[in-house]
Design a protein around this ligand. Structure first.
Ligand code: APR
Length: 187
């Protein structure tokens, strides 16, 4: 992976913890195409946001959302003002590695474009597709970091991106890519 220039590096942080508790402008949900909730971080976000979130998804996305795409909703009971629902590749379905990688990049890029449109200061991402969807973590982490760095190079917003890491393997990977964990989301 190519070195991230310092001016971008300081806009990208990672921390170990539950994304639903972060006081940021938007948290990204690792959703499925139905946008009707699910397990993993999807389930955690719907539980923390409350039932209004599911009602919003049903009303605004009756047909759901395609793989690689993202939509933005209010955060309702969450500390975050918005939830960006991104659908990463389901690697149990998409066997082609390049296709999976392309859809993962698109999920990050489309989420960032929604944040840029609203000129958000801070956005937190989970490790999209690395749980139920089975994208290998050691491959997903550099794709996520590179895609975010490329986007931030060309956009003032979001000002800061936080990778909210939940498990030990991802923590090791993000430490290798971005150095030591940060404690604050508003650094
Ligand atoms: N905060 C941050 N990260 C979390 C949290 C949380 N509260 N809970 C889980 N994670 C991490 C997992 O450890 C994993 O690294 O989020 C990453 C993504 O895992 P999943 O939630 O399983 O999402 P994904 O792999 O993208 O699969 C999406 O799973 O939950 C269903 O409805 C969802 O069908 C969709 C599929």
């Amino acid at each position: 992976m190519k070195t991230i220039p310092e001016n971008l590096r300081k806009r990208m942080r990672w921390l170990r913890g539950d994304i639903t508790r972060l006081d940021v402008d938007a948290i990204v949900n690792a959703a499925n195409p139905s946008l009707r909730g699910g397990g993993g971080v999807d389930g955690a976000i719907h539980r923390a946001a409350g039932p209004e979130l599911l009602r919003w998804c049903i009303e605004h996305c009756p047909q759901g959302v395609d793989y690689g795409q993202a939509v933005i909703s209010p955060g309702f009971d969450l500390k975050a003002r918005y939830v960006i629902h991104a659908v990463g590749p389901d690697c149990r379905r998409f066997r082609d590695e390049e296709q999976c990688a392309g859809l993962l990049r698109a999920a990050y890029r489309n989420s960032l474009a929604l944040a840029a449109e609203k000129q958000l200061e801070s956005v937190a991402f989970p490790n999209i597709s690395t749980g139920v969807y089975g994208f290998p973590k050691e491959k997903a982490a550099p794709i996520a970091v590179e895609t975010v760095a490329e986007f931030l190079e060309r956009h003032h917003f979001p000002r800061r991106v936080i990778f909210a890491v939940f498990d030990a393997e991802n923590a090791r990977l993000y430490r290798e890519l971005l150095g030591e964990e940060t404690t604050e989301t508003d650094e």
